[in-house]
Design a protein around this ligand. Structure first.
Ligand code: UD1
Length: 422
């Protein structure tokens, strides 16, 4: 087993390069199956969720190679519609994209209900509503979802909730459907635009991604392409918060500042300076204690729920009382118990956390409850006096490439340490 050992108190200083976006990669990699010839995908993050998705593609018969760091060559010429073992798909949430891709490609797909982080109930009724509107029959038995159709026909689908996964999955199922599909009340996250751009590079006809209405005109065939994935908004935001929380001065490179605006605005609300470059953001906190602020999560362009635990951690030592409202997931405050063990003063009432800033956090043994909560524990350890150990770090490895190297490169005292399980 492995854990992170952190000695807190160092101000982070220097530069960090951001990797490709996890949540774009996890849709783009299975979407490459549409080409039935080689696709070259660049800026692919080296994280364990991507490795799991690659294993699934290989299981289906795709040839996947990595000729250089961050580059995947995916050739789906010989893929077959084989049933995918449940233990493979249950490892990651994004395996639900295989339903959309395989339903479109083979008119039949079965995927064991996906795993991923637990933030309360994670229904996929809107994905199913979309597939059914396109003409598929969908059954769920023993937690395995099966979708099949004689033929898929374009249709008009209004999503009852703004869902990233349902928007992308319906887009995937519709790219080869006959006629026009219109998704209304679509999610607008940057990775939705990235998936649409990738599909269009393969010959699809997807318009309006990034707005609430996406129109997909089905095409008969798609082809290989070369495509570079956008930088990871949440990885960048995590390091922005780490810099602010340690009183540091860090330039975060290889980002699209526009994608970070909601995070930038909140960091500025805390009294920290953010300077935007063309492809970078610099966080200058000059060692000052941050100011309390109010934050509420919502779909893009709102403040991302996947930044909520990291940002709440920053607020633990701000002057005054901050309010954090979680408006996307119904159970995303579990990690707060771990912050309390480090001395944080937080009261949770339903979807709202009231955080009264303390002078400093104290190092303690804590656990990663999920991917972003784990990143929050790392930030807490960097802020705290003394030693913090973070356990269950395989959850953090799901989404952060070279976290140790990136943080030690800006002066953090953090190491990955092996230990025997008791
Ligand atoms: C994706 C991200 C996840 C992030 C979330 C919101 C991946 C692999 N995961 O998850 O990290 O926290 O977006 O930005 O990309 N909902 C329904 N019915 C559905 C689908 C969703 O009611 O069929 C609800 C959910 O319960 C939740 C809200 O819609 O309250 C948003 O969920 P959604 O955007 O679908 O999240 P995911 O795509 O699963």
């Amino acid at each position: 087993m492995e854990k992170f050992v952190i000695h807190g108190g160092n101000k982070l200083n220097g530069e960090i390069n951001i990797s490709g976006a996890k949540n774009a990669a996890l849709a783009i990699i299975p979407a490459a199956l549409f080409a039935r010839e080689e696709c070259r995908v660049e800026n692919v993050p080296d994280i364990s969720d991507v490795s799991t998705m690659i294993k699934i593609l290989k299981y289906l018969g795709a040839e996947v190679t990595m000729p250089e760091k961050g580059v995947l060559l995916i050739n789906s010429k010989n893929i077959e519609p084989r049933p995918i073992p449940d233990e493979m798909t249950r490892k990651l949430r994004a395996s639900y994209y295989l339903l959309g891709v395989l339903l479109s490609e083979f008119k039949s797909a079965c995927v064991a209900l996906p795993g991923g982080c637990y933030f309360g109930l994670r229904p996929i009724d809107q994905h199913i509503k979309g597939f059914e509107a396109l003409g598929a029959t969908v059954n769920t038995e023993k937690a395995v979802v099966c979708a099949q159709a004689q033929e898929l026909y374009g249709s008009s689908i209004y999503l009852d909730v703004v869902s990233v996964g349902a928007t992308m999955n319906v887009m995937l199922a519709a790219v080869k459907a006959k006629g026009l599909t219109v998704i209304e009340n679509a999610a607008r996250e940057p990775h939705i635009v990235d998936l649409a751009n990738f599909l269009n590079s393969m010959g699809a006809d997807v318009r309006g991604a990034g707005t609430e209405v996406i129109k997909i005109r089905g095409v008969e065939n798609m082809h290989g392409c070369t495509y570079s994935i956008i930088p990871d908004q949440i990885e960048a935001g995590t390091y922005m918060v780490a810099a602010a929380a340690t009183g540091g001065d860090v330039t975060i490179n290889n980002v699209i500042p526009k994608h970070l605006e909601s995070i930038t605005n909140k960091i500025e609300d805390c009294g920290v300076t953010v300077i935007e470059g063309d492809e970078s953001v610099r966080i200058i906190s000059e060692g000052r204690r941050c100011k309390a602020c109010r934050v509420k999560t919502s779909p893009h362009p709102g403040f991302p729920t996947d930044m909520q635990p990291q940002f709440a951690t920053l607020l633990c030592t701000c002057n005054g009382t901050s309010t954090v409202v979680e408006d996307v997931w119904d159970n995303r405050f579990k990690y707060i118990d771990q912050l309390r063990r480090m001395g944080a003063n937080i009261i949770v009432n339903g979807d709202t956390a009231l955080i009264t800033g303390v002078e400093t956090l104290n190092g303690a043994p804590v656990e990663a409850d999920d991917l972003r909560a784990g990143a929050a524990m790392v930030i807490a350890g960097l802020m705290a006096d003394g030693e913090t150990t973070v356990g269950n770090i395989k959850l953090i490895d799901r989404g952060y490439e070279n976290l140790i190297e990136k943080l030690t490169g800006v002066g953090a005292d953090i190491a990955r340490v092996k230990f025997e399980e008791e």
